[in-house]
Structures are given as C-alpha cells and as structure tokens.
Design a protein around this ligand. Structure first.
Ligand code: NAD
Length: 496
C-alpha cells in the first residue's frame, strides 16, 4: 500500500463525495443536541451542516465506550483478531483514499494531491502498523527469588478520549486511534470543529472493517463544549491530545478537577533549522524553505526559525526567497497547486496580525506579509520571510502556525545552541553540518524530542514522536505509543 500518482479531477469529485454527518455513538450515526456548519477555506462556502455534541451527548458516547470495554467485546478479543480488523480498516482507507484526501482539502485547505500522497499514506501505514504490531507485544516475567513468581502484565487502560487538531486531521487521529484500539481500549474521538467530515468517514470505514459497536465513537463539536466535556468526564481513563499549548494546559486543569485521568499532550513548537557554513548549503536552504512553507506552515514541527551562520546568511536567504516565489498558494483542488489555503479566515487574520506586530517589534519583511487571492473568498497567505529577527521578539518566540519564517544569524556554535534552546518549546529541530563531531555534540545539546541531522521531517513508524518542555509529553508512533494506553499490573505469587 504505497503512494501512487493518479489523475483524479478533484473539482469533479467535490460534487460527488458523500460522508456521514451525525455523531457516531454505539455503532450508529445519531443526532446531537447542537449543530455545526463546516466552512471551506478554499472559497469561504459552507460544505455541510452536521450534528454536534453537548455534554449530554458526550456522556452517552463515553457510556457506550465504557459498556463496550467492560463486556470485553473488543478488549477481550485475541490480539490477532483485533489485528485482522485493523488491517481490514487500513485496506478500506486505501479503497477510499481519494474521498478522504479530498475531504482534507475541502475542510482545511491543503492540496488534495498532498493529502492523497502524504496524509493518507501516513494514515494507512499507522493503522496497519499498529495492527501488525499488537500480537507481537509480550508481557514480562522478571527473575525473582525461586520462592515466588512475578508477572508484569499490560492491561488496556479502559476508555480513551482523543482530541485532535485540523492540520493533519486524519494522521493525528490515526496516531491516537490505532495504538489505543490495538491495546483493546475503547475510544471517543473529538475531531477539530474545522475538520470533522474526514474523521467521520474514516471511522465509518472502521465500523465497516468490523470494529464492534461502541468501541469507536466520534463526537463532533466545539472545543470549549465537546472537548471540555471529555476532559472533565469522570469515566474517561486516558485523554490523549494534540493541539496548542494553551488548550493542553486546560486538559491538565480538567483532569485535576475531575478524576485525575491520565493526560498525554502533543503541543506546539517553534522549531529551528540551524545551518553551519560546512553544511550542504543548497540542500539546507531548500529543505528549510520547504519545512516552513509546506502545509502553509501549519505544522507543529514547522521550521519557523532559521538560525544561520552570519557568513552564509545572504546565500541561504536568497535561495529561500526563490523557493518562496515558486510556492505561491492556489486552489488546493488544482492538480498542481504548490500550496493551498490556511485553515480559516480567523486563523489567517491571526497570522497576519502577528506578522505585522512582530515585524514592527523586530525584523524586515523580505517577501509575503499580506493575504493573497482575496477575490476567491478563501483564506490564502503566501510564504513570508522576515529577516534580522531579534531572538527575544514575538516572531522568534511565538508559534504563528502559518508560512512565516523568522531569520536570525549566529556567530559560533555556543550561540547557535543557546538560540535553538531559547524558547518555551522543545518539539523538534534540525542541525545542518558535515562535521560529525559537531553534529553529535549539537544534537546532544538540543532540548527537543526529535532531532534531525542534515534533513527535516524524516522518520517512520518505528521511531517515537513528541516533545519536551511546553511542547508536551508522551509519544505518538512506535511501540512507545502503546504505553500510553496500558496499565501495568504487577502480580506477585508466593510459591509453596
Ligand atoms: P487547538 O488547541 O485550538 O485545538 C485542538 C483541539 O482541541 C480541537 O479539537 C479543539 O476543538 C479542541 N479544543 C479547543 N479549545 C478547547 C477547550 N477549551 N477545551 C477542550 N478542547 C478544546 O489547536 P488547533 O488550532 O486545532 O491546532 C494547532 C495546534 O496544534 C498548534 O499549536 C500545533 O503546534 C499543535 N499541533 C501539535 C502537534 C504535535 O504532535 N505536537 C501536531 C499537530 C498540531
């Protein structure tokens, strides 16, 4: 199941695509207490009006998940049987790959082609990988005194609530759903209010694949209503969240004020590309450009800071500016759109306000810096490069979540490391150098969860992903992701 090139006419498919619009509770799509209109950032037009959950609906979903967990219809199934269903689910995602990709583009504005090749590849891989893994995870019997037998067993934690953002709507959902379901937990998913349609179709396919009723539930809705109700629910055992640091903080509060549910947080970032003069400058510059402009900069790992040695500043910046010219936004349903829209008009306005106030504090806008394609009714922001940004200023410290690069120079390695680590975040960063000693030394000094050396965004399902500091804690991907959804039980047996 690998990415393929294809000839879909996304504009035509837009007229034909269908998806559920209800809340998925106990195996059925149902009405909710509220309604939500989903609007496309491509042109500002409404796409659908869907059901949204209030606290009562959330309670029904959690109760359905609890019943399913306790009667062991899924948690008691042999791992090899859960595996077969997850793999069937991945196959159905492959069969519906075009519709799922299209929904990404309609809801949050990324090019449909990229959703097909990148997002859907990750979704399919994630679901099948955790399916494949789950019947190979073993429990432990430690070496203890011969008069005893000790067992260390992993048990599914129970009801998991997963609250996810819109920037990689299905990849983020799959990173939570696949390991949680693989362990035997029941799940209630809350997609972002901007991107519920792709999540509903994804989970409908999960039901078709054979996930039993009540094991996988979806509650659409607004964060402060639906997300909050999940955070505060006393019968949710684990809450796994990807989103902003501000909302991550709220989930810690909800947990403290309710049942002390375990909370896992994948939060924001202010990642850097750190470029030394001995690096492959061409590759470093083009990758740095891609790392901030891709997905219109709406990536937790976006390379939003360029820290470049003063001797190569002009060369690197010139290359980035030429790539910025090539990556201008266009309708994400066009087959060759290099960049789509940002997720919504309010988000675009926030990006722009921060560019304006940030540049007023420090820096010079070299390209971009204002919305484009306004006559479309959509929300398009171009690649923006701000040079000479003071490391303590807004543009170097705050996450804009848009295609905006802040450039700062350094003189030596110690200064570069201090700048790299000089924000509240610690998600990821890259160092570019051909000096092996420096690469290792610098990588060890970086206070982040993920380090890239001479590359960016590389990795696969075998390696964990997540941050330190205010970028959160807990890991998605890899076998480590399973740990979030297990309780570890010790049984000590005294032998006669
Ligand atoms: P967000 O925090 O605004 O929303 C994320 C989710 O939380 C949505 O489902 C939303 O409805 C819900 N939510 C919002 N307010 C809430 C509240 N008061 N109570 C409960 N739930 C609430 O984030 P976003 O704008 O959707 O996504 C962008 C953020 O996500 C960025 O900060 C980005 O860095 C982060 N992100 C992190 C990772 C990672 O893996 N570390 C990956 C992708 C995105």
């Amino acid at each position: 199941m690998t990415a393929t090139t294809h000839t879909t006419n996304w504009h035509t498919l837009r007229e034909q695509v269908t998806y559920p619009t209800g809340l998925l509770i106990d195996g059925r799509f149902q009405a909710g207490a509220d309604r939500l209109v989903v609007t496309s950032p491509i042109d500002g037009a409404p796409i659908a009006e869907i059901d949204a959950a209030d606290a009562g609906d959330v309670d029904r979903a959690v109760q359905a998940a609890r019943r399913a967990f306790e009667d062991k219809r899924w948690s008691g199934m042999a791992p090899a049987d859960r595996k077969a269903i997850l793999i069937r689910w991945a196959q159905l995602c492959e069969e519906h790959r075009e519709e799922l990709a299209l929904l990404h583009a309609l809801e949050m504005g990324k090019p449909a082609r990229e959703a097909y090749n990148v997002d859907m590849r990750a979704v399919i891989r994630t679901i099948s990988w955790f399916g494949e893994a789950i019947d190979k995870v073993l429990d432990e019997i430690p070496n203890v005194a011969s008069s005893a037998l000790a067992l260390i067993e992993r048990e599914p934690a129970g009801v998991v609530a997963a609250v996810v953002p819109w920037n990689f709507p299905l990849t983020m959902a799959a990173w939570k759903l696949a390991p949680a379901l693989a362990t035997g937990c029941s799940v209630v998913l809350k997609p972002a209010e901007q991107s519920p349609l792709s999540a509903l179709l994804l989970c409908q396919l999960g039901m078709e694949a054979g996930i039993p009723d009540g094991v996988l539930n979806v509650v659409n809705g607004l964060g402060h209503i639906t997300g909050r109700a999940l955070g505060e629910h006393n019968d949710v055992d684990v809450l796994t969240f990807t989103g902003s640091t501000a909302v991550g903080r709220r989930f810690m509060e909800y947990s403290a004020a309710s049942n002390l549910k375990r909370v896992w947080l994948e939060l924001g970032g202010k990642s850097a590309n750190v470029v030394f003069p001995d690096a492959d400058i061409d590759k470093a510059a083009s990758t740095a450009a891609w790392s901030i402009f891709y997905n219109a900069g709406q990536m937790c790992t976006a390379g939003s800071r360029l820290l470049v040695h003063e001797s190569i500043h002009d060369e690197v910046v010139a290359k980035i500016l030429s790539i910025a010219q090539e990556m201008q936004p266009a309708n994400p349903l066009d087959a060759d759109a290099p960049l789509g829209s940002v997720v919504s008009h309010p988000h675009m306005q926030q990006i722009h306000d921060k560019v304006v106030s940030g540049a007023a504090q420090s820096g010079e806008i070299l390209t971009g810096g204002a919305p484009v394609l306004e006559n479309t009714g959509g929300s398009y922001y171009p690649p923006t490069v701000v040079d000479n940004v003071d490391p303590s200023s807004l543009l170097a410290q705050q996450e804009l979540f848009g295609p905006v690069l802040a450039v700062t120079t350094f003189r030596d390695e110690a200064e570069a490391l201090a700048l790299t680590n000089g924000t509240q975040y610690g998600l990821a960063s890259a160092v570019w150098t051909n000096d092996l000693n420096r690469a290792h030394r610098f990588a060890r000094g970086m206070k982040v969860g993920v380090v890239w050396v001479n590359c960016y965004e590389e990795g696969d399902m075998t390696v964990p992903f997540g941050g330190v500091k205010q970028s959160g804690f807990g890991r998605d991907k890899s076998l480590h992701a399973l740990d979030k959804f297990y309780d570890i039980k010790t049984t000590w047996i005294e032998l006669e």
